[in-house]
Design a protein around this ligand. Structure first.
Ligand SMILES: Nc1nc2c(c(=O)[nH]1)N[C@H]1C(S)=C(S)[C@@H](COP(=O)(O)OP(=O)(O)OC[C@H]3O[C@@H](n4cnc5c(N)ncnc54)[C@H](O)[C@@H]3O)O[C@H]1N2
Ligand code: MOO
Length: 399
């Protein structure tokens, strides 16, 4: 059994960021930038008005009120080509280009429109002018490679005049469930059969992490079919299997795929849940073999599949972020496997929330996993801990 950290490092060493592809800026939300995005324009391109009002010279506002002569009008998008001289004012609007000669906008609410002139009651020299390049200047890098784009980033990229962006291709993850006893939700259940949840949960996780799940179905515990279905992963960036990872003679992943050329990197890690986790390569395709128990499968996916997907997309592949909490109830000493205990979180009077484990931690219990807010991380050989002691947690947000 290898430690969790080593398993993660060995898995990540098999992944590099996938190639970039061009997408319309409007479709780029949630994708990861493959190249820096520099502004192709200066915004605003010239000084513009921040308000509806009049463009004037600040030096005309020393004594108020003052009446200025109207020299014309400049709606947004139709700049005035002349110059505002002392004693003159140009009618303009929010976004209108500030004409030569003017350095100030006075608000229309603070003026009386006299038709051929304007009486300015209030105004401050230099106000309500947005300088050229206030937001950004051409050539400035506004968004850097490796960033997962938010809705706000889409707005910025579009404003920087990019109709297309180069983002990482979505990694394709083949998912193969195994086991004679598992059938898809809604199918008739024979004696001893259970409903397959792993494949669907993994597909949802892959999608949420920016990948494309490729569903290879459910392989029965028969070598030929398992082998044929696994070949469907060719061309994918990763094959994830669930079940068949343990030691029973029906646990076929290693033996069947071994015969097909699976080069095993490791099998079994010092972790609970998830001991029989395996990793290797089937030809060009990395293979992550998750245990069949549904909680083990999802916890291992959170800890190993998510970082792999992050690295494939050029993101920092670090373990899921850890946080701190205090124990709501005591915990016994731990054995040599790093434990990830399902727990709820509630606020406390102090700065850290209170994490309380469920009494039963069986790795088949999806009801507990769904009700949990976090996993409490118990390092190998941790000594018994009292209520109130601080612990590391992995929040389950997004899983
Ligand atoms: N003698 C030993 N037995 C087991 C060991 C061990 O070290 N020695 N390890 C246990 C641990 S820990 C785990 S985890 C499981 C993992 O076993 P497998 O990966 O071989 O998984 P299966 O045997 O195929 O299934 C386990 C369990 O999960 C259910 N299952 C399987 N696939 C799905 C699915 N798609 N959706 C929902 N549930 C699924 C399956 O019905 C079994 O109940 O091995 C222990 N045994
Ligand atoms: O490690 Mo198994 O995943 O404990 O149930």
């Amino acid at each position: 059994m290898i430690p969790v950290d080593e398993a993660l490092a060995r898995i990540l060493s098999h992944f590099q960021p996938v190639a970039g592809e061009l997408v319309g800026v409007g479709e780029a939300e949630d994708r990861v930038l493959a190249a820096d995005v520099a502004a192709r324009v200066t915004q605003p391109p010239t000084a513009v008005s921040a308000m509806d009002g009049w463009a004037v010279r600040g030096s005309d506002l020393t004594t108020l009120p003052i009446t200025l002569a109207r020299i014309g009008e400049a709606p947004a998008g139709r700049p005035y080509t002349g110059t505002v001289a002392p004693g003159q004012a140009l009618r303009l609007f929010t976004g209108s280009v500030i004409p030569d000669g003017a350095d100030t906008v006075v608000l229309q609410e603070d003026c009386d429109d006299l038709g051929d002139g304007v009486r300015v009651r209030e105004g401050t020299p230099g106000r309500w002018v947005r300088a050229a390049g206030l937001d950004f200047t051409a050539g400035t890098v506004g968004l850097t490679a490796g960033r997962r784009l938010t809705v706000r980033d889409v707005a910025l990229a579009a404003a920087m005049n990019h109709p297309f962006l180069t983002v990482r291709r979505r990694p394709r993850v083949a998912i193969l469930a195994t086991g004679d006893e598992v059938v898809m939700p809604g199918e008739p259940l024979g004696p001893g059969q259970i409903v397959s949840s792993n494949g669907l949960a993994l597909a949802a996780l892959v999608r949420r992490q920016g990948g494309i799940p490729v569903n290879l179905g459910i392989a029965p515990d028969d070598a030929d079919t398992l082998g044929i279905l696994a070949r469907g992963a060719a061309g994918c960036d990763l094959l994830v299997t669930t079940g068949g990872a343990s030691v029973g003679e029906h646990d076929l992943i290693r033996t069947v795929l071994g015969a097909q050329g699976l080069e095993l990197d490791f099998w079994k890690i010092a972790m609970r849940p998830g001991k029989p986790l395996m990793f290797g390569r089937l030809g060009a395709t990395p293979l992550l073999g998750l245990p069949g128990n549904p909680v083990s499968s999802l916890v291992c996916a959170a800890l190993f599949l998510v970082p792999a997907l992050r690295r494939l997309q050029g993101l920092d592949p670090a373990e899921p972020p850890r946080a701190r909490a205090v124990l709501g109830a005591p915990l016994p000493a731990n054995d040599r496997r790093q434990d990830y205990l399902r727990a709820t979180l509630r606020p406390s009077d102090g700065s850290l929330p209170i994490a309380t484990t469920f009494g039963q931690q069986d790795s088949s219990m999806l009801s507990r996993l769904a009700a949990a807010d976090c996993l409490i991380v118990r390092p190998p050989h941790a000594t018994a801990a009292e209520a109130g002691e601080p612990v590391d947690i992995v929040p389950l947000d997004g899983i």
